[in-house]
Design a protein around this ligand. Structure first.
Ligand code: G1P
Ligand code: ZN
Length: 538
């Protein structure tokens, strides 16, 4: 039975850096999810269209999916392709959009944010490009959500999401698929699986931490079953609604268990982790951590070792906040190089127009044009492929990279839970004075460029401003921006980069210390927020 249900707007359904992200309890409010989904439908007209649907398995994933299915029927959707149990990693969903030529996807995830009733929930809407919708589309959806007065839903029993194959609800077709097969096939088409198999057969050891999130089953199939890593190499492999209480963000703060293993006695040769929805990655060697910025640079430098890229790559892009390590590699290889605002959606036009093949962000995101999202397992396989081809360790590869290109000491400092108006004031104040810093001496640095970062998309010519940067004349940098993924309050992110060509073996914290003092001072952070130091350092 079709129903039209009256509703009233919530006024807070503006998408951020990666879709709509809110506290679970906010999304659980009456009609909250329905309002948002209907707002999307009202903007995109889903009649006769096919969408991919899945999520990272977090709390409310199951309930939201059933609502989505019934609203899709009522809004005239032709077909939904759904991951079994309602699970799909973000990279797997992007692959399915492209492979099955669908009109887009709905991915239920708050990425690396904690899950559970007291955690976060989120919804990402991707278009037929395989990537998240543009800012212009999300603005329209937000406008709709502020005016919404009714939504359409089909009343029916819940759909069984375990049973593979095709079923019908109303006039809509529902195909439940095993999402792992398509993903494995794609990875096998990119990397030299035989070389990686040999690596494991020769005793190479690995530990992969799925952080109780969506990539566990993908990782077991690829690393253990297909490539032959020892059974049990994949840890925390079963997706859980609250991620077992873990914060599924693969970084030096939250991947505690993995770090203890990799920095302990008898550490395996290689360690890695993914985030909640499988698009982020962290790479570790024996007692050795690779920054995501270095990882992007190193992968790019070794493209010719990978079957899918060995005939050449187009170019590379990074978010502005990411270190400039990859810029030096792009120069050396004489390939295109782009700097975009934070958020994966800015890479999509560059990939579609064949300007770039690789891209990455400092926030543990790396990927290529095989899909239109970052891809955690892809990055790990890339590293394993390099190791298999060169016979070198993670540390050796990284140190050789620094020796060749110089080292970008890089750290990010997050100031969390700032009142929104305080954070906005701080940024406004900085914006007003930023250009006056040009040419000034700050401590031992001389400012070469101080500006609000503005990006002009070379394909659709849209302009986006995103944060501010102070670039010193030795290339060292300070970047300020506000997070666009906070589910409450504001987070100020301060990114620091110090470039060294000779001093390659220092502690990052020492190397960025002066830049941190300058950043605190210039942005009046303590004065305005009361915080003497960052809440989180990665
Ligand atoms: C954060 C990261 C950004 C990433 C996004 C989604 O966004 O900084 O690089 O694309 O999560 O994973 P932010 O909170 O900084 O806006
Ligand atoms: Zn993610």
């Amino acid at each position: 039975m079709f129903e039209v249900v009256k509703t009233t707007p919530y006024n807070d359904q503006k998408m951020g850096t990666a879709g709509l992200r809110k506290k679970s309890k906010v999304v659980m409010q009456q009609n909250y999810f329905e309002n948002f989904l209907q707002s999307i439908f009202n903007v995109i007209n889903p009649q006769g269209k096919t969408f991919v649907v899945g999520g990272d398995g977090r709390f409310y994933n199951d309930i939201a999916i059933q609502k989505l299915i019934k609203m899709a029927v009522a809004n005239g959707v032709k077909k939904l392709i759904i991951g079994q149990k309602g699970y799909l990693s973000t990279p797997a969903s992007s692959n399915l959009i492209l492979k099955r030529h669908t009109d887009g996807a709905f991915v239920l995830t708050a990425s690396h944010n904690p899950g559970g009733e007291n955690g976060d929930f989120g919804i990402k809407y991707a278009t037929e490009t395989g990537g998240q919708c543009s800012g212009a589309v999300s603005d329209k959806i937000y406008e709709q959500s502020k005016q919404i007065s009714e939504y359409k839903i089909y009343t029916a029993d819940d759909i069984n999401l375990e049973k593979l194959g095709t079923q019908k609800l109303g006039d809509m077709e529902i195909e439940i698929i095993n999402p792992i097969n398509d993903y494995v096939e794609m990875m096998a088409g990119i990397f030299d699986f035989d070389a990686i198999k040999k690596l494991f057969a020769n005793g190479f050891t690995v530990v992969f931490d799925a952080m109780n999130a969506v990539t566990g089953p993908y990782a077991i199939e690829i690393f253990e079953n297909i490539l032959g890593a020892k059974k049990g190499s994949v840890k925390n492999a079963i997706p859980m609604k609250d991620f077992g209480g873990l914060h599924p963000d693969p970084n030096l703060v939250y991947a505690k268990e993995l770090l203890a293993t990799m920095f302990g006695d008898n550490a395996p040769d290689f360690g890695a982790a993914n985030d909640g929805d499988g698009d982020r990655n962290m790479i570790l060697g024996k007692k050795f951590f690779v920054t995501p910025s270095d990882s992007l640079a190193i992968l790019t430098d070794h493209y010719n070792l990978i079957p899918a890229y060995k005939n050449g790559i187009y170019g590379v892009a990074k978010s502005m906040a990411t270190s400039t390590a990859v810029e030096r590699v792009a120069k050396k290889h004489n390939i295109g190089y782009y700097e975009v605002p934070t958020g994966w959606k800015y890479f999509v036009n560059l990939m579609d127009s064949k300007r770039i093949t690789f891209c990455g962000e400092e926030s543990f995101g790396t990927g290529s044009s095989h899909i239109r999202e970052k891809d955690g397992i892809w990055a790990i396989l890339f590293w394993l492929n390099i190791i298999a081809a060169t016979g070198k360790s993670v540390e050796q590869i990284t140190r050789e990279h620094w020796a060749k290109y110089g080292r970008s000491y890089y750290m990010r400092f997050d100031f969390d839970g700032i009142a929104t108006d305080v954070a906005n004031e701080l940024m406004k104040n900085l914006e007003n004075k930023i250009s006056s810093l040009n040419g000034k001496t700050l401590g031992s640095f001389k400012v070469a460029l101080a500006e609000v970062f503005t990006y002009k998309d070379p394909v659709d010519f849209s302009e986006t401003t995103n944060g501010m940067r102070i670039v010193m004349d030795d290339g060292s940098r300070i970047v300020f921006r506000l997070s666009g993924t906070s589910s409450s309050g504001a987070t100020l992110r301060v990114y620091l980069e110090k470039i060294e060509h000779n001093n390659l073996d220092a502690q990052s914290r020492d190397m960025v210390d002066e830049l941190l003092k300058i950043a605190m001072d210039v942005a009046e952070i303590e004065n305005r927020t009361g915080k003497k130091e960052a809440d989180l350092t990665t």
